[in-house]
Design a protein around this ligand. Structure first.
Ligand code: C5P
Length: 405
């Protein structure tokens, strides 16, 4: 049975010559058991007719031609909320920019804003338009928000030019969708605990010790774990990053608070990830009131507990414990040492001084250190990196389950 069975896919077809391929895509989706709600933009209707798409998808076509403003208002919100996925294929440069900029100028634009479903785009356009910095900037914005981009392929384009711009073949889009929905249930029944963000260690009523961690990597991981069907418990320090959807969150401002919750929750979890940048020290003589400046020269520091090390030492059979290591030198050596000392299964190591940075950046380049060695990964957007790490986690758990069966 296809993993697309009963999935509600909103198939948005935008106006390029490749729009005719969306007819075949709609047919394949229906054949795989998906419920397809097709949407045709005004420009797309110059290439395919609503009747053809309606016939192949088995559903009425949403279009920009809705005359009644009230229906438009209510209809698009309802549809946007009921979809499991919004797939735009082909996605024109115009569709990408509307989604990136949040331009609610038509049905599709309002839908991009109203939906909470994941967005997948399969772009198709002239190669110069694809390579234009404006398009690339919009793509980067969309990726940063978690959208998935499939293609385009290189080859002969309808305009007679050659280069990147061809829509992926409908069969390839279908294959990727099936893999996508398989991944969405790959961690079903698995409970994960993840720490993220910085901790703040109070000095007095107004001051604290902390660090530059933005929490973005840990949040992206929490979201990707949840997307894969896991039950996710997130312990996080104070951060301004937007909180991930669908996870249980506890604000644990200081290392001691994070440790207490982590120890309480970890025994119930199969996967434990320490992505938090826990402050190394807390202030022993922290004051309840505001200290006078002169007293700030006499702070007594005490080392904080190492949370992931404590969870690593208390590891139960079958638990997968993963730590992070941010280093400026001897990356693999240091990560390998931490893996052993903290009794971790994997360490996600990153060079803090990499080009483009790590702290607060949208991208990250990691080396995955496991018992059998280190594997250098390319630099990815943090959301994409999180998805790839989660895929590794799911593969690991599945391999173990098979081994035990
Ligand atoms: O030793 P270092 O701070 O480089 O180790 C980083 C890893 O250890 C990360 O996974 C981080 O979340 C975890 N850690 C922790 N508690 C600390 C310090 C680090 O859980 N006090």
């Amino acid at each position: 049975m296809s993993t697309l069975q009963h999935q509600h896919i909103l198939l948005a077809v935008t106006g390029g010559i490749a729009a005719y391929k969306a007819l075949e895509l709609a047919r394949l989706l229906v054949q795989a058991g998906a419920k397809v709600t097709p949407l045709l933009t005004k420009a797309a209707q110059k290439f395919v007719t609503p009747l053809s798409l309606q016939t192949l998808s088995g559903s009425a076509v949403l279009s920009d031609l809705f005359a009644d403003a009230e229906e438009l208002e209510i209809g698009h919100i309802r549809i946007a909320r009921s979809a499991d996925l919004v797939l735009t294929a082909p996605a024109t440069a115009q569709a990408l920019s509307r989604a990136a900029l949040g331009l609610a100028t038509d049905y599709l634009g309002t839908l991009y804003l109203a939906t909470r479903a994941p967005l997948i785009f399969a772009p198709a356009m002239n190669q110069a338009m694809w390579l234009h910095p404006a398009t690339q900037d919009h793509l980067a914005t969309l990726k940063q928000r978690g959208a998935i981009i499939w293609g385009p392929e290189e080859g002969n384009l309808a305009c007679g030019e050659e280069g990147p711009g061809r829509l992926l073949a409908p069969a390839e889009i279908l294959r990727r969708l099936e893999a996508y929905f398989t991944a969405r249930s790959s961690l079903k029944g698995i409970r994960c605990l993840i720490t993220a963000g910085p901790t703040q260690e109070p000095i007095d009523a107004v001051r604290y010790i902390s660090n530059h961690s933005s929490g973005k990597m840990g949040y992206a991981l929490a979201e990707a774990l949840s997307e894969a069907g896991a039950e996710v418990i997130l312990l996080h320090g104070p951060t301004s990053a937007p909180p991930p959807e669908g996870v249980t969150r506890y604000l644990t401002p200081s290392a001691l608070e994070m440790l207490a919750q982590a120890k309480r929750l970890a025994p119930r979890c199969q996967v434990i990830i320490g992505a938090a940048a826990v402050a190394d020290f807390s202030v022993k003589n922290a004051a309840a009131g505001k200290l006078k400046k002169i007293n700030l020269t006499h702070l007594e520091l005490r080392p904080n507990p190492d949370i992931i090390a404590e969870l690593g030492q208390a590891k139960q059979k079958g638990q997968l414990v993963i730590g992070f290591a941010a280093e400026t030198e001897r990356l693999i050596e240091e990560a390998t040492r931490k893996r052993k000392e903290k009794n971790l299964d994997w360490v996600v190591a990153n060079q803090v001084n990499q080009v483009g940075g790590v702290f607060g950046a949208e991208e990250n380049q990691i080396t995955l250190v496991q018992a059998h060695g280190a594997e250098e990964w390319p630099r990815f957007n943090k959301k994409e990196l999180a998805r790839r790490l989660v895929k590794r986690i799911a593969n690991h758990i599945q391999a173990k389950q098979k081994g035990e069966a």
